[in-house]
Design a protein around this ligand. Structure first.
Ligand SMILES: [Zn+2]
Ligand SMILES: [Zn+2]
Length: 141
């Protein structure tokens, strides 16, 4: 556990140094959220998690930090229509959106290839829509 803390601290310090950010507790909390979870977080998720640790952090400040982090390429907006969430900027992937619970799951799209005539395209945004396994199970009962 302690080791992970150290790793996070080192990563955060390097990130701030490169970006020219001051190391504030607010940035640290948000950095940690995405570092650990590597999942899809909306404003509500972020607010909920932050209020446990630092209730004073206001929504405007969070937006500003998210924008800064996005500009630095640490996180990005999840490219799912109608969804306002951020995710850790890992390798590009597609998403599966559950129409029942709204859960988003990452989908590996590296096997999908464009026809060679279109090979100049470099950006991809793929969303699959359906019912996630958890909701599908509930439906059966
Ligand atoms: Zn679901
Ligand atoms: Zn994702």
């Amino acid at each position: 556990m302690k080791k992970n803390e150290d790793k996070l601290e080192t990563a955060f310090a390097a990130f701030c140094r490169n970006a020219g950010f001051r190391r504030t507790i607010q940035r640290r909390i948000i950095y940690e959220l995405f570092y650990e979870a590597q999942s899809h977080l909306g404003m509500e998720d972020i607010m909920a998690k932050i209020s446990l640790k630092n209730p004073e952090l206001r929504q405007e400040s969070i937006y500003r930090i998210l924008n800064d982090f996005e500009r630095e390429g640490y996180i990005r907006k999840v490219e799912v229509p109608g969804v306002k969430k951020y995710e850790y900027a890992s390798e590009k992937h597609g998403h599966f959106l559950c129409s029942k619970c709204g859960r988003i799951t990452d989908v590996d799209t590296s096997d999908i290839h464009l026809p060679s005539t279109l090979s100049g395209a470099c950006d991809v945004s793929i969303t699959f829509n359906g019912i996630c396994p958890t909701c599908a199970k509930k439906n059966k009962k």
